[in-house]
Design a protein around this ligand. Structure first.
Ligand code: RTP
Ligand code: MG
Length: 143
């Protein structure tokens, strides 16, 4: 399996709970390297654009409202099979369904405020990385 990149968000609820370091520790322990990162407070336009695929869903308004409610950390993670590996570390969308030891089981309160986002495929990872980072902002890890 080749080295792959995925896109991650630590959502406003987890930032508010001071969990940035704990979540980074999970990524690093799992062998995922952080190759770009920044804190941003999303505008409504940014959040709507990011979640455009869900614009017709009943939860869209609440999702945009939540994602703009406070700062988030956005990062690019690099590693073997990074997209799937990251989704495994995150756990199911609804924390009630998430396996023990996953980020959402441990840190999320509800399906609406579920601590983290991760790309669901290689194509969406490329699109989401480009949504937040220029090529120069992503730092390949050579060691
Ligand atoms: P994410 O995109 O945030 O990583 O989450 P996901 O892939 O696990 O879930 P997705 O289907 O992409 O949905 C995006 C976010 O919308 C909220 N949601 N609510 N009430 C509902 O039925 C419902 N379904 C989705 C969740 O907060 C989810 O993370
Ligand atoms: Mg998703």
């Amino acid at each position: 399996m080749a080295i792959e990149r995925t896109f991650s968000i630590i959502k406003p609820d987890a930032v508010a709970k001071n969990l940035i370091g704990a979540i980074y520790h999970r990524f690093e322990t799992a062998g995922l390297k952080i190759v770009a990162a920044k804190m941003v407070h999303l505008s409504q336009e940014q959040a709507e654009g990011f979640y455009a695929e869900h614009s017709e869903r009943p939860f869209f308004k609440a999702l945009v409202s939540f994602m703009t409610s406070g700062p988030v950390m956005v990062q690019v993670l690099e590693g073997e099979n990074a997209v799937l590996r990251h989704r495994e570390i995150m756990g199911a969308t609804n924390p009630a369904d998430a396996l023990a030891g996953t980020l959402r089981a441990d840190y999320a309160d509800s399906i609406d405020e579920n601590a983290v986002h991760g790309s669901d495929a290689a194509a969406s990872a490329a699109r989401e990385i480009a949504y937040f980072f220029s090529d120069e902002e992503v730092c390949p890890r050579t060691r």
